[in-house]
Design a protein around this ligand. Structure first.
Ligand code: ADP
Ligand code: MG
Length: 495
């Protein structure tokens, strides 16, 4: 690319720093200009990432249409619209001791809760987090499930205090399993494939509930799985326990997904196998959505280099795993073609995923006049020495990518609400409706969250917006799984 020869924009007098051998920044008081060629590149990026209301509206409408197509027939849409077999949500009346296991990444969490019914609600709860040893992620299915059963046995052995099991009962557990499964009933599901770095042999094609139950039997642990749930479904159940108006749950963390309460007569692919409750929870797997998204060359290149090209396009545009990587790709291009960081050739910046989404958040929260935190992130992540002008550009890029992600996530939520409202007029917009949100991205990245809320408000308008409450339901999925174990208990219950 030709370098422009008109006078560059100067960031005069701006101190930058260089780390000394001791790691402390040393102040340098000269400024390197931001080359003018960066300006047009930034403008082009912003134009391509722009999400004005008409674009958001088209995305919301496409989300609603794709949901319908996925409900009509399996394979009818990018959205799988998976049946969860959860036909009734917690009411608050649940009573007894229940366990939950959340397996969805490099850690798993075990939890126990003593439920006391309407008046006493959650009497006590305890949890423990366990890191899965690296070798087990590449081992055999039996090794992995034996390890989990061992940790569950140790955890159950410390049950005491306010926890007590009704006599003659086995412990029942809700199993949150955040990998793709083909669910066949509330307590069985076939693993389609491991993801997120797991390569455990011998589980794909098997019922993961049977795998866990068998391991618990091998250990002699008196515990059985009564509900297998996706983490979004757990979040919805956990939030509904406290609030009857919860209709939708959305996860925005490393990945993203959403589920909602659907009327069974709006699900043609049930083919008459509708439960008597008349409603069920649909796991949309909305990360696979792709219609009408404003994408750039950076998105396309990242997708092409990914382990699943052409898949999970919405997830790749809005979720925590990818936002940092998109910004990194923009920075690589701007430093190469626009000399954003002068003549430096930041080798480390060429390594995929070196810049992480929490880094973007850190940089956007830098309120110092010289953007010292931005300078520190660029230095720590890629060894880049930056001037304040370049740091401003970097913050602007982060904001552009976070804004697009947050607003598109908001449009997806409105798409779900719109679909529900179109099917039963007044169900959503005629009364208070709660969307339960969870995930580290939504929780921690304030600007992203604000953009999401802004898009929902832009699309719904002030009137409808008053009825739609977007609520953070932190770690609700664990207790949600335990509650679903309670409502699907193998024993007669009096609630
Ligand atoms: P998971 O989705 O893996 O179950 P979490 O819901 O805790 O886990 O989300 C973790 C993800 O949230 C991280 O991978 C990261 O993308 C994002 N995240 C965590 N902290 C921040 C932060 N401060 N700013 C932006 N994103 C964050
Ligand atoms: Mg999670």
């Amino acid at each position: 690319m030709l370098m422009a020869c008109s006078p560059p924009k100067m960031a005069l007098g701006s101190p930058s720093f260089r780390r000394s051998a001791s790691g402390m920044p040393r102040i340098r008081m000269f400024a390197r200009p931001v080359p003018v060629s960066v300006g047009p590149m930034l403008r082009e990026l912003k134009k391509e990432c722009d999400t004005p209301v008409p674009v958001l509206r088209r995305v919301a409408e496409a989300m609603a249409a794709d949901m319908r197509a996925g409900l009509a027939v399996d394979g009818g849409s990018d959205l799988k619209m998976i049946l969860s077999y959860v036909h009734s949500l917690p009411t608050g009346d649940e009573k007894g001791l229940f366990y939950a296991l959340d397996l969805g990444g490099t850690n798993f969490r075990v939890l126990r809760v003593q439920l006391g019914g309407k008046d006493d609600r959650v009497i006590a709860t305890e949890f423990e987090q366990v890191t899965i040893p690296q070798e087990l992620m590449f081992g055999t299915s039996e090794e992995l499930f034996d390890f989990i059963a061992l940790k569950l046995t140790n955890f159950a052995a410390n049950e005491g205090g306010k926890f007590h099991l009704s006599s003659g009962r086995m412990r029942e557990i809700g199993f949150t399993f955040s990998f793709p499964v083909r669910q066949t009933s509330i307590d069985s599901g076939i693993l389609i494939k491991w993801t997120k770095g797991f390569a455990v042999s011998g589980t794909a094609g098997k019922d993961v509930v049977a795998c866990l139950n068998e391991a618990m039997v091998r250990r002699g642990l008196d515990m059985r799985v009564s509900a297998l749930v996706n983490d979004t479904v757990g979040t919805l159940a956990g939030a509904r326990y406290w609030d009857d108006d919860v209709m939708v749950a959305v996860i925005l963390g490393t990945g993203t997904n959403a589920c909602y309460v659907e009327r069974t007569d709006a699900i043609p692919k049930l083919n008459g196998h509708a439960p008597s409750s008349g409603t069920t929870i649909i796991n949309t797997e909305w990360g696979a959505f792709s219609t009408g998204l404003p994408l750039t060359e950076f998105d396309r290149d990242m997708d092409a280099a990914s382990i699943n090209p052409g898949e999970q396009i919405y997830e790749k545009t809005i979720s925590g795993m990818y936002l940092g990587e998109i910004v990194r790709r923009v920075l690589v291009k701007m430093s190469k073609d626009g000399e954003l960081f002068g003549r430096q050739s930041p080798e480390k910046l060429h390594t995929p995923f070196t810049l992480r989404t929490p880094d973007l958040c850190k940089m956007q929260n830098d309120s110092s006049s010289d953007l010292l935190a931005v300078g520190a992130v660029l230095y720590d992540v890629a060894g880049i020495e930056s001037e304040v002008g370049a740091r401003e550009v970097v913050v602007d890029i982060c904001d552009t990518i976070a804004r697009r992600g947050g607003r598109l996530a908001g449009a997806g939520i409105v798409g779900i609400l719109q679909k529900m409202e179109e099917d039963s007029s007044g169900l959503i917009f005629g009364k208070r409706t709660v969307v339960a949100m969870d995930g580290g991205l939504y929780e921690n990245y304030t600007q992203y969250r604000d953009y999401l809320h802004e898009a929902v408000a832009d699309l719904l308008g002030p009137e409808l917006c008053r009825n739609v409450v977007i609520e953070h339901s932190k770690d609700g999925s664990g207790i949600g799984a335990a509650l679903l174990a309670a409502s699907n208990s193998k024993y007669d219950h009096d609630f």
